[in-house]
Design a protein around this ligand. Structure first.
Ligand code: PLP
Length: 447
């Protein structure tokens, strides 16, 4: 591994087999016990840099002639186990882990936009991503057009000759709109463009967007992958499906000589399925520095080992809570696609047969003017649900998007995302579901 280019983890070689089941891959992929100490669990390589055996080796590594790790801004062996493991779970060909989900979205779209590119993104995005795309990307000269993700004509109409990627979340939050990922992927591919999907809320335990046409999958690993609310991290997975060589003049960042490495052309040197990761590491992570610490990579690996167990419990509990709230007199609407009559119920049936993510929301009954006051009382009364701006934790969390995660949005943007002042978001944890329902009932009775 170049610490720049993708390659198998050290020590030894990964023993991945695509025939192994999901639960085996989530515990074992990316790591083979080997020298020097044969630790059964992947070690934390807490070092800033790696020693070269000779100046010749150093020169070869710096020139990308030889694989290996130079410096932890570009990669660490612990990080590489994480990258291979997430790639194995998503069915991808390579992955890059970075410091946060925010960094994963940023480096992915920067790498695809290149110089002069344009992005088309869904209206229904995480608030931090909206900030990134409409302000920082705008500052950088990368225009972003936002569209209603449920409107195929809007996606189509927003594509220009400068467009370089389409971007959406597999299940948005707080309203839990399910993306018709196959439909949007077909629109992207029809225009010769890749589809990037943020699957943070979905997790590969419930859906692998690459199986439905997504070309790149990003995660905030902070959420369900880490799973215990301890560590920030992000990952982008290349599904190996997008051919940047088909229209080389559109993608010079892959197909033209890469200035900093002389005549090297990433597409020739690394090829489909690996060149994207090589660009992200050697340019965007290297230059901007959003590197994941070996310790955080290790914590996320630990979390992933129980991913499907946690997510199954969380999804089942969330559905039970949604059904309970749907008949509660203090609740006006429950936004959970597992419920009959929800606008995304059919899409959930098609794309999420193994369970629906445990992040959903409900609107408290009553007028919007004093909704914030009533929701303050609700969160004060809760004792199992915690008021926390996070999701995918083992703990159950509650949030008021209009005051918290989505407070930077204009009222019009909030409405486009389906959020009102009455909307309360839940992220259901792994506690006893009966305790969670009792907690909500008791608190709702006080408002
Ligand atoms: C949290 C989140 C992010 C950002 O991830 P961080 O790890 O907090 O930087 C991006 N997308 C979604 C859907 C998220 O929930």
């Amino acid at each position: 591994m170049t610490g720049i280019a993708a390659e198998p983890s050290t020590p030894g070689h990964a023993t991945d087999s695509p025939t192994r089941g999901f639960a085996t891959r989530q515990v074992q992929s990316g790591y083979t016990v080997g020298r020097p100490w044969s630790s059964a669990v992947p070690p934390i390589h807490q070092t800033a840099a790696y020693e070269f055996s000779s100046l010749q080796e150093a020169a070869d590594l710096f020139a990308l002639r030889k694989p290996g790790i130079i410096y932890s801004r570009n990669a660490s062996p612990t990080q590489q186990v994480l990258e291979e493991r997430v790639a194995a779970l998503e069915g991808g060909t390579s992955a890059v882990a970075v410091a946060s989900g925010q960094a994963a979205v940023a480096v992915t779209l920067l790498a695809l936009a290149g110089r002069g590119g344009h992005i088309v993104a869904a209206d229904q995005l995480y608030g931090g991503t909206v900030d990134l795309l409409q302000e920082t990307f705008d500052d950088f000269g990368i225009p972003v057009t936002f569209v209603d993700q449920d409107d195929p004509d809007a996606w189509q109409a927003a594509i220009t000759p400068q467009t370089r990627a389409l971007f959406a979340e597999i299940v948005a939050n707080p309203i839990a709109q399910v993306l018709d990922v196959r439909k949007v992927a077909d629109i992207a591919h029809g225009a010769g463009l890749p589809l990037v999907v943020d699957s943070t809320v979905g997790t590969p335990a419930l859906i692998r967007p690459g199986e439905h046409g997504a070309d790149f999958v990003v995660h905030s690993a902070t959420k369900f992958l880490a799973g215990h609310g301890t560590s920030l991290g992000g990952v982008v997975v290349d599904q190996g499906t997008f051919d940047f060589g088909a229209e080389p003049e559109r993608w010079p960042q892959f197909t033209a000589p890469y200035q900093r490495f002389g005549d090297l052309v990433l597409w020739e040197r690394f090829g489909q399925g690996q060149a994207f990761a090589a660009l992200v590491r050697s340019k965007y992570v290297h230059d901007l520095g959003p590197s994941i610490s070996p310790f955080n990579a290790w914590q996320i690996l630990q979390g992933i080992e129980t991913l499907d167990l946690r997510v199954a419990r969380q999804s089942a509990s969330a559905l039970a809570i949604a059904r309970h709230l749907a008949q509660h007199p203090s609740v006006a609407t429950v936004h959970h696609p597992g419920l009959e009559g929800n606008p995304w119920h059919d899409l959930a049936g098609r794309y999420l047969p193994n369970g629906i993510p445990s992040v959903f929301s409900f609107d408290v009954a009553g007028p919007e003017q004093d909704a914030t006051e009533r929701i303050s009382r609700l969160v004060d009364e809760l004792s199992v649900f915690r008021l926390v701006a996070n999701l995918g934790d083992a703990r159950s969390l509650i949030a008021h998007p209009a005051s918290m995660t989505h407070s930077h949005l204009t009222p019009a943007q909030r409405a486009a995302a389906g959020i009102s002042l009455n909307t309360v978001r839940l992220s259901v944890g792994i506690e006893d579901p009966a305790d969670l329902i009792t907690d909500l009932d008791r608190a709702l009775a006080q408002i």
